[in-house]
Design a protein around this ligand. Structure first.
Ligand code: UDP
Length: 330
């Protein structure tokens, strides 16, 4: 299929582009390069540095490349930043999605795989989180994605030619196994990259956000899913898109690891001891989040390959060891 990958120069989008190429599809990348890296997209792939607000240009690109399906990764994704800059998040994530949907409608492209998030569930009462768990976000990031999902549901109801799958990600981690494609955020806020950067001396230390949570070791528990397992689900979702349907699937491995367990895995994989310090809780962090991903396993046959935190950290370590300064100094 001809696939427009919005946000294809970002961490997850670039891994999806690589898998699309390997599977014989033809990706076209659109990215405003605010958080993405041109270097992460192979030079032979059509690339457009265009914001989602440029509806006319997007429509033109969709037509020119006879796009069959859109994968929409283009978003801002820092919870803390969304609290301090809500307008930016709603404009970019919700508004940007509306522009993209308008361009798709104008070009007659109605198949979409959307990057959603477990942040749409907020702090749920039930664990693991199912797709039927009530969605009650607790920050603007979660709301910006939930609003986009609602718009998509309304669109499918209004016009049954639309076919949309929303994938609700848990904690995406790890990098391509060959160490040539990875994660390069500025600022880097995520736990695994921060720990690896600390082992390399690129960060003085990593603060552990709270050790007084109601968990076995007092630190937060999250469900870490390998980026390649996540991208494999996108390719399956693209095939499973059905006109007249809005489908939603959770993507996690179905078990959680505490922050301390992640630190231990980093020690084991790297043989180095990342300097850490216990700090206060980070506002908005629920104690425990992990997915029930039985629905995508049963309906689409998806199976995660990376089931241990050590295996996930190992792939991230290959990238960070080879590229301690990210893409630009590679
Ligand atoms: N975390 C931490 N120190 C850090 C970054 C993250 O203790 O420097 C914790 C955070 O509180 C959460 C887990 O690690 O419990 C994963 O956080 P991350 O920011 O990687 O992903 P999020 O869960 O926010 O999507």
């Amino acid at each position: 299929m001809n696939v427009l990958v919005a946000g294809g120069a970002g961490y997850i989008g670039s891994h999806a582009v690589r898998q699309l190429i390997a599977a014989g599809h033809k990706p076209v990348v659109v990215d405003n390069l605010v958080r993405g890296h041109r270097e992460s997209v192979p030079p032979h792939i059509p690339f457009y540095c265009v914001p989602l607000s440029a509806k006319g240009e997007l429509e033109e690109i969709l037509r020119r490349h006879r796009v069959d399906c859109v994968m929409h990764f283009a978003a801002l994704a820092y919870v803390g930043e969304s609290v301090s800059e809500p307008l930016r998040y709603y404009a970019n994530n919700t508004g940007g999605t509306i522009h993209l949907l308008e361009a798709m409608e104008a070009a007659g492209v109605k198949r979409l795989v959307f990057s959603s998030t477990c942040a749409t569930y907020g702090e749920p009462q039930e664990m693991p989180i199912r797709e039927t768990t009530p969605q009650r976000p607790i920050n603007p990031y979660g709301w910006s994605k939930l609003m986009a999902e609602q718009i998509m549901k309304d669109l499918v109801a209004a016009d049954p030619r639309w076919a949309i799958v929303s994938l609700r990600y848990f904690n995406v981690a790890g990098c391509a196994e060959d160490g040539t494609l990875g994660e390069d955020h500025d600022p880097e806020t995520h736990l695994i990259p921060r720990l690896l950067l600390a082992t390399l001396g690129r960060l003085p230390e990593v603060e552990i956000f709270g050790n007084d949570y109601p968990t076995a070791d007092g630190t937060c528990i999250r469900d870490y899913i390998h980026v390649d397992d996540l991208c494999a689900a996108h390719l399956m979702a693209m095939e499973a898109c059905h006109p007249g349907q809005f489908l939603a699937y959770n993507l996690g491995i179905g078990r959680g690891y505490s922050v301390r367990e992640v630190v231990k895995a980093v020690r084991q994989v790297t043989g180095l001891d990342p300097p850490t310090r216990i700090g206060p809780r980070r506002p908005g962090d629920p104690a425990i989040l992990f997915a029930d991903s039985a629905k995508i396993q049963q309906e689409l046959g998806w199976r995660p390959r990376f089931l241990s935190i050590e295996a996930i950290v190992d792939t991230a370590w290959r990238w960070f060891r080879a590229h301690p300064r990210g893409y630009h100094a590679a």
